[in-house]
Design a protein around this ligand. Structure first.
Ligand code: NAD
Ligand code: UDP
Length: 336
């Protein structure tokens, strides 16, 4: 298949492009590089020893979409989005425009070019504070910020499109917490500015770019008092996208799947695993809770197991070791 990957230069997109090339697919990337670097795509091609097609452009621009679709696209994986929760609270309209308007433009272009298969990046953030764990796809949806709102609106729009057009098949993937890097250490997560997420922050403390980790609260109702999440290796996540693409090609309608390991890990457990996997000490301070954080959640991935024949195979140790290989080989990320 020839797959259009929007946002393919980004963290999850670059790992997925590699998995697609390795699985024998042709790849066109459409990315405006607002949060990524073409170095990631150069390295993907070097690792795969295969080339991909890159269109620098915006999913909101019909002209850029037309260029991307020119190559004869069979299916789309849609990663392109803004993703910082705190920024979305300050600039909700920018998030709605980029994420929601971008997705509408993409669906219009797909329809115009007769492309009917879509795999979409959603997020476990749509569950908000869950009533029970593990969280399955039937859990109530409670978004608490504009980023989460944009994901939920996009899910609904894609669902309505599928309802109206029986030949459209879409898979909406709700990721839990993607972390880690390709084991080559050549591609990984390269946040701009101060990382919002735990794992890249820990990695930057280990490499000396940040002095100490701040642990946001140790008074949650969890065994060690720190927040619990379902961390998922980005290579497992990339492999799930290749399987979701195959699933979407045989399916019609809209299918929603959780992607996680089904296991929860606390902040302190993750820090200790990182120290063990890498030998790097992580100095830390316990500080107040971060506003809006939930105490704990992890996925019930049974539906993805059943529909895709997929389950995560990489451990927390792998996630830490691969993150550290990437960070130590690229102390400043993709910057020279
Ligand atoms: P990322 O920022 O590394 O990648 C997103 C890519 O999209 C970037 O390369 C960016 O330049 C591009 N982009 C953004 N807006 C665009 C536009 N209008 N036109 C063209 N390109 C555009 O983020 P990521 O971590 O790889 O996330 C990928 C997707 O997964 C996003 O949709 C994100 O919301 C979703 N997601 C991420 C996480 C996570 O923790 N990383 C968790 C759940 C869901
Ligand atoms: N966290 C922390 N310090 C940080 C970043 C995150 O203690 O610098 C905690 C956070 O409170 C949560 C967990 O680590 O319990 C995962 O946070 P992240 O932002 O990575 O994921 P999310 O909360 O969005 O699921």
């Amino acid at each position: 298949m020839h797959v259009l990957v929007t946002g393919g230069a980004g963290y999850i997109g670059s790992h997925t492009c590699l998995a697609l090339l390795e699985a024998g697919h042709a790849v066109t990337v459409l990315d405006n590089l607002c949060n990524s670097s073409t170095v990631a795509l150069q390295r993907v091609q070097e690792i795969a020893s295969k080339s991909l097609r890159f269109v620098q452009g915006d999913v909101r621009k019909p002209h850029d979409l037309a260029l991307a679709f020119e190559a004869g696209i069979d299916a789309v994986i849609h990663f392109a989005a803004l993703k910082a929760v705190s920024e979305s609270c300050e600039e909700p309209l920018r998030y709605f425009d980029n994420n929601i308007a971008g997705t509408i433009c993409l669906m219009q272009a797909m329809q115009g070019h007769g492309v009917h298969q879509l795999v979409f990046s959603s997020s476990a953030t749509v569950y908000g504070q869950p009533d029970v764990v593990p969280v399955d796809e039937t859990a109530p949806l409670r978004v608490s910020n504009p980023y989460g709102r944009s994901k939920l609106v996009m899910e609904d729009l894609i669902g309505d499109w599928c309802n109206a057009k029986p030949d459209v098949g879409a898979v909406l993937l709700r990721y839990f917490n993607p972390v880690g890097a390709h084991p080559s250490g050549r591609i990984g997560e390269d946040p701009r500015g101060t990382p919002n997420n735990l794992m890249p922050y820990v990695a930057q403390v280990a490499i000396g770019r940040r002095e100490r980790l701040q642990v946001f609260g140790n008074d949650y109702p969890t065994p060690d008092g720190t927040g619990i999440r379902d961390y998922l290796h980005v290579v497992d996540l990339a492999e799930a996208h290749v399987k979701a693409l195959d699933f979407a090609s045989d399916a019609s309608g809209c299918h929603i799947l959780n992607l996680g390991t089904g296991r929860g890990t606390s902040v302190l457990e993750l820090v200790h695993a990182f120290e063990q996997a890498t030998g790097q000490p992580i100095p830390l301070d316990i500080v107040a809770r971060r506003a809006g954080d939930v105490a704990e959640y992890w996925a019930d991935p049974a539906k993805a197991n059943a529909c895709l024949g997929w389950h995560a195979t990489r451990t927390i140790h792998d996630m830490c070791a691969d993150t550290w290989r990437w960070q130590s080989l690229n102390p400043q990320g993709y910057a020279p």
